[in-house]
Design a protein around this ligand. Structure first.
Ligand SMILES: *[C@@H]1O[C@H](CO)[C@@H](O)[C@H](O)[C@H]1NC(C)=O
Ligand SMILES: *[C@@H]1O[C@H](CO)[C@@H](O)[C@H](O)[C@H]1NC(C)=O
Length: 365
């Protein structure tokens, strides 16, 4: 009896609160469903009926009942993915019908490994988009040339796909953007010279592509930048010394490029930088003797360059060095003894010209 009452109340609540989303949104979602293939989870079994808000991964605006968010993640703790141990697979593509969802602000179809095809060109007509995450798929083609139209976008990740082409020039118009991740794709060409227009960026991750040209000095105008990763490209030229004086930059990865010239002293004397990887470039000259008592590096890797001279004595005054790699250069002389260097192993110093002292062999005579 009580159960029956509950059920009646439940059904009553549903009929009172469930709202139909407009037929055009329903049709768009059905087209999206038809273009994606989920072999094992049954995600799209929930995508039926006229209450789009009840579809797994879909949220509607409570006032207009228009579809506002699509969030389908293939790596998550979500109950939907329990069957497959938290990691799902989907193939297929993102249907251009998505562009009919003109009130969409969030689109995440990420970490499904097999979702392929191109980013629908019309996506840039969804002017309300704030969050786009298509990372961890097999998406090919290029970043849409007019991506810069999405002036509300704060988050754009296309990392870990098969995207090629250049970084579109219009990208610098995304003035709201805080997070830009295009890492691990096949993007080539140069960084836009006016990338510094992206004033609100916190993270700029372009690593593992085929980028060439030099690091535009305008990048140092991005005062909010915390994390810059340009590693594993073919970037050449000098490192702008202003990178070492940026107010909140804490992680700088430039390893595995074709960079040359001296390592700017500002990078070593910086108060804020605490992860620096300059490994596997063509840096030469001496290591600037500019360490100080507030030097704090969680990780500091300058291995596989052409650095010469001795390890600066001021390094002894540093507060902390975590991981350190000075190996495979042309350094020479006594390894400074002192607290920050006490725990380091020989591998941190190997393959230099004539470094000596602990943890390497004693200096002769
Ligand atoms: C990715 O797409 C390519 C074709 O573009 C295909 O050959 C490859 O098998 C796909 N990989 C996965 C993991 O689906
Ligand atoms: C620096 O990057 C290289 C990749 O070339 C990586 O192997 C190394 O572990 C990184 N260094 C540190 C200290 O993380």
């Amino acid at each position: 009896m009580a159960l029956k009452l509950c059920l009646t109340l439940f059904l009553l609540t549903i009929t009172l609160t469930a709202q139909a989303c407009p037929p055009s949104d329903q049709a768009a979602l059905q087209a999206i469903k038809a273009a994606l293939h989920d072999p094992s989870l049954g995600i799209f079994d929930t995508w039926t009926g006229d209450d789009c808000n009840a579809y797994y991964g879909v949220s509607c605006d409570p006032v207009t009942d228009r579809v506002a968010e699509i969030t389908l993640r293939g790596e998550s703790e979500d109950i939907m993915l329990q069957k497959t141990g938290g990691s799902g697979f989907m193939s297929g593509a993102i249907s251009p019908a998505i562009c009919n969802l003109d009130q969409l602000n969030t689109l995440a179809v990420a970490d499904w490994k097999g979702v392929s095809g191109e980013i629908p060109a019309c996506l840039t007509s969804l002017s309300g988009l704030q969050f786009v995450d298509l990372a961890g798929n097999n998406i090919s083609g290029e970043v849409p040339a007019d991506i810069g139209k999405l002036n509300k976008l704060t988050f754009l990740s296309l990392s870990n796909n098969a995207i090629s082409g250049k970084i579109p020039a219009s990208i610098v118009n995304l003035w709201s953007l805080k997070h830009l991740d295009l890492s691990n794709n096949r993007i080539f060409g140069e960084l836009p010279g006016d990338i510094g227009k992206l004033k609100r960026l916190n993270r700029l991750l372009l690593n593992q592509n085929q980028l060439t040209g030099s690091i535009p000095s305008s990048i140092t105008n991005i005062r909010s930048l915390v994390d810059l990763d340009l590693s594993m490209n073919q970037i050449s030229g000098w490192v702008p010394f202003q990178l070492g004086t940026m107010p909140v930059l804490s992680s700088l990865s430039l390893n595995n490029n074709l960079l040359s010239g001296e390592i700017p002293a500002t990078l070593l004397s910086s108060f804020g930088l605490n992860v620096v990887n300059l490994s596997r470039n063509y840096f030469d000259g001496f290591l600037p003797d500019v360490f100080h008592p507030k030097t704090y590096f969680l990780s500091f890797d300058i291995s596989f360059n052409n650095l010469k001279g001795s390890i600066p004595q001021t390094i002894k005054s540093a507060m902390f060095f975590g991981q350190v790699d000075l190996s495979n250069n042309h350094l020479c002389g006594l390894i400074p003894e002192g607290l920050p260097f006490e725990k380091l192993e020989a591998a941190s110093f190997e393959n230099n010209d004539c470094l000596c002292g602990s943890p390497l062999h004693d200096c002769k005579g």
